[in-house]
Write a protein that binds this ligand. Structure first.
Ligand code: SAM
Ligand code: SF4
Length: 319
């Protein structure tokens, strides 16, 4: 369906848990409060939402978290999402730590893509950002994911002080058919206190290494990334720069938090409590979805941090 501004909404991000096995300092710092288990949507409830969304033309889904793979039954849930009638695409966003052994099953079920988040290529820097010394497992998962034939992309948040990681991360696209996307830090949750690097500054750093880097007009997913190619890069380099550029005119998505709050826009707290609808009057689900999609705001407000009304952490929202 379209929203009040004529944008076709076809894509939903589903956060299936607010738990995570990492503590990325810009997302879920140590001591972050967690919701009660009973407040999480059950897989049955998530499937009910997806079914209702498909009825409105939302046919592409990204399963996210927290870390989706720490929730028991995630792989089976992905399989059930894949077989829901009308679903065109199911992809997963993960920090990659638990991914490698699951890849054969994910490939067999026809998972349409996996995004792996990795903000540093140096183990010490990775540990300082995430609190984990398991970068090796993530790098192995990246190679195995590409090898499994699942379309694989990397997400790398641009953090101040970590500029030295930009070229080593992009270098992963030199030897592998993988898109490496750099993301500006958004002022949501702990991200509000994390200084970032702009996409322009990151591009300058990349161009010093690959002077032939040039923008390409290619449709490579559902998101707002702008892509760049270089003769010495097998994959593409991408920029997701919600802070320095607004791509709201082409926004195609809504988000469901792990507790069932349907968010029409990342930067505002407004939305609809689908968990209450599901548990009290499930027959109203399609109407609640339609109302929320229709009321999607025209644009986000990341340039005016004071206008951001979202108070949840990104780990509950799903990115
Ligand atoms: N744990 C999974 C992962 O890391 O991919 C899925 C959830 S995580 C919230 C989804 C994405 O959001 C990750 O790529 C993460 O780096 C990104 N993210 C989290 N907080 C952010 C922020 N404040 N600004 C920009 N991206 C953020
Ligand atoms: Fe966990 Fe992903 Fe947030 Fe890192 S970015 S703390 S991996 S949810």
């Amino acid at each position: 369906m379209t929203d009040q501004f004529g944008r076709a909404i076809r894509y939903m991000r589903l956060s299936i848990t607010d738990r995570c096995n990492l503590r990325c300092r810009y997302c879920m710092p140590d001591g972050a409060a967690l919701c009660r288990h009973s407040d999480l949507l059950t897989y049955e409830e998530l499937l009910q939402v997806a079914e209702a969304a498909v009825g409105l033309g939302i046919t592409r889904f990204k399963v996210t978290g927290g870390e989706p793979l720490v929730r028991r039954g995630c792989v089976e849930f992905l399989g059930r999402m894949k077989s829901l009638p009308g679903v065109e695409q199911v992809t997963l966003t993960t920090n990659g730590l638990l991914l490698e052994p699951l890849l054969p099953r994910l490939a067999a079920m026809g998972l349409d893509g996996v995004n792996i988040s990795v903000d540093a290529a140096d183990p010490a820097v990775y540990a300082a950002i995430t609190g984990s010394d398991r970068l090796d497992a993530v790098l192995r998962a990246i190679r195995a994911s590409v090898g499994s034939g699942i379309k694989t992309k990397l997400n790398c948040v641009l953090l101040e002080g970590c500029e030295g990681q930009i070229v080593p991360l992009a270098r992963l696209a030199a030897g592998l058919a993988v898109d490496v996307r750099f993301i500006e830090v958004m002022p949501i949750g702990a991200g509000a206190a994390s200084a970032g690097v702009s996409s322009e500054a990151a591009l300058d750093i990349l161009r010093a290494e690959w002077p032939d880097l040039h923008g390409v007009e290619e449709e490579r997913g559902n998101g707002p990334a702008r892509y760049y190619a270089g003769a010495r890069l097998l994959g593409r380099v991408g920029m997701i720069d919600a802070v320095s550029h607004s791509f709201c005119r082409g926004c195609n998505r809504v988000r469901l938090t792990s507790t069932g709050w349907l968010k029409p826009c990342l930067c505002y707290g407004e939305g609809t409590d689908l968990r209450a609808v599901l548990r009290r009057s499930p027959e109203e689900l399609p109407a609640a979805l339609r109302r929320t999609v229709w009321g999607k705001p025209r644009a986000h407000c990341f340039k005016e941090a004071a206008e951001v009304t979202e108070r949840n952490m990104m780990s509950g929202i799903g990115g």
